[in-house]
Write a protein that binds this ligand. Structure first.
Ligand code: GDP
Length: 464
């Protein structure tokens, strides 16, 4: 069947055994060196002194030493996974050593001397994909999972790795393949004007696929926000307190993070995490230099900045701005059609009576300096993006490659629908169906090119 073939045949996996450090280099108690390939166990067995690994069952753990000749390099634990019951579907060995740069280098070069080869970036996961352990979108989710830094991005990656939308797409694609072969068959009988493929059934299948595809496409924006964070701009005239607020938001986050005993997390510049949702502040360098985003650089530039945002925090200083002026600025922002929160800062300087002047604007009163109202502001940010009660069980697409393939799929499906309803010959119909199948297959990797695979897996770290 022409649809089931890969674009280019991947060479049957050479039986080379690959090796890489699977844990991050740096401080830590233990390092894990991973091997995969036909000879993974044989090679390890040559340098391991303990039980004969060749005689041990899969999924067992063994204590022993790694030796270079008579020299003991380390005491280690070896985990055995006999293919196909492993991540890569090949024989896999994981050697847990003490985490010393010296030990790791010695063990690695010993294994390489015995016949293993240093793995390329993402090569373990590439093998898992090529050996049918997972499809392409699942392999990509492995990278996302490792990169995930919030509850939401973690959940999306986890769901995609476990099958997510690819199972659904795979089934629909198989159904479509069935129709495709019937239509191809019609081509062989083109003289006789027969229809093997029931057009009504084909049409309802295409509509079903289109619905799924469209829903996935529209989930992209939401998925993207969850994965990469909500881009936020803090706007307002000079000295309204933008950088004070930014620091209040960021510092508090850092304090919370370092409070958790034993966690060492790289603090990500200019991001905060509120109830699992990441908010990313745009152009904070500009804020810190207190460049006036409203006036100095011109309205155009301000707009460009604000347009990148999904949410704007607009700050006013009641000791400087008149109510009318504030109203004018609000009108200007409203044109952008991006949700914004109106903030009266420096509320510590206002009396209750003075606050009454601003009631019409329905602002949030805060004091960035005294850290009053910051929690309420956070709640408001969450409410504005309306993601708090997001059902993360919904399948979300977060990968730009997937959404592009889905868009191409939708265009070709629409041509198929047009073809069914209009006097279009079977060969054109067949061509459009073939295209839909091609683009659907791109997502799961049923269709893939070496370039595409290189592109995806080279972004992985070595050892993944
Ligand atoms: P930016 O130019 O908008 O970034 O403003 P800054 O954050 O640099 O703040 C300008 C001045 O306003 C500084 O002297 C801050 O200490 C002061 N400021 C900021 N927030 C508050 C506040 O809530 N209350 C008071 N009283 N002063 C504030």
């Amino acid at each position: 069947n022409p649809y089931l073939c890969n674009m280019s045949e991947h060479p049957i996996l050479e039986q080379e055994t690959i090796v890489a450090l699977a844990t991050a280099s740096g401080n830590g108690a233990i390092a894990v060196i991973r091997l995969s390939g036909k000879d993974a166990i044989v090679i390890t067995n040559q340098v391991f002194r303990g039980k004969d690994l060749l005689k041990q069952p899969s999924h067992t753990l063994h204590f022993g030493t790694i030796r270079d000749g008579q020299e003991i390099i380390d005491e280690v634990l070896v985990s055995l996974f006999v293919g196909p019951n492993s991540y890569t579907k090949e024989n896999v060995v994981e050697i847990s050593t003490h985490n010393s740069k010296y030990i790791i280098e010695r063990v690695m070069s010993l294994l390489i001397k015995k016949g293993a080869r240093a793995a390329k970036a993402g090569e373990f996961t590439l093998r898992a994909f090529l050996n049918g352990g997972m499809d392409l979108s699942q392999a990509e989710a492995v990278a996302d999972l490792i990169a995930s830094n919030s509850a939401a991005s973690h959940q999306i990656a986890m769901q995609q790795m476990r099958g997510g939308f690819s199972n659904q797409l795979k089934k629909l694609r198989d159904d479509l393949i069935h129709f495709a072969s019937l239509i191809e068959l019609e081509l062989d009988f083109s003289e006789e004007d027969v229809e093997f493929a029931n057009r009504d059934q084909l049409k309802s299948l295409i509509k079903e696929i289109n619905q799924v595809v469209s829903k996935l496409i529209s989930s992209f924006e939401q998925g993207n926000v969850l994965k990469n964070g909500v881009p936020v701009v803090i706007a307002g005239k000079p000295n309204v307190g933008k950088s004070t607020l930014l620091n209040a938001l960021l510092n508090e986050e850092r304090a919370i993070v370092s409070d958790i005993a034993g966690t060492t997390r790289d603090t990500i510049e200019d991001e905060i995490n509120i109830k699992g949702i990441t908010f990313r502040f745009i152009d904070t360098a500009g804020i810190r230099e207190t460049i006036d985003v409203i006036e100095a650089k011109g309205v155009e530039r301000t707009r460009e900045k604000m347009k990148q945002a999904r949410l704007i925090i607009y700050l006013f200083d009641p000791t400087q701005d008149q109510v009318q002026d504030i109203q004018n600025q609000i009108t200007e922002v409203s044109v952008l059609n991006i949700p914004f929160v109106t903030i009266i800062n420096k509320a510590d300087l206002l009396t209750q009576e003075q606050k009454l002047h601003y009631e019409l604007l329905k602002p949030l009163y805060i004091s960035a300096k005294e850290q009053i109202g910051v929690e309420e502001l956070k709640d408001e940010l969450l409410a504005q993006v309306n993601l708090a009660n997001l059902n993360t069980d919904d399948v979300l697409v977060t990968n730009i490659r997937h959404v592009e393939a889905l868009q191409h799929t939708r265009s070709s499906l629409e041509r198929v629908l047009y073809g069914i309803d209009n006097p279009v010959t079977s060969d054109f119909l067949a061509m459009d169906i073939r295209q839909s199948l091609y683009h659907l297959g791109e997502i799961t990797g049923s269709v893939s090119t070496d370039d595409l695979l290189d592109n995806i897996f080279s972004k992985f770290c070595i050892g993944k």
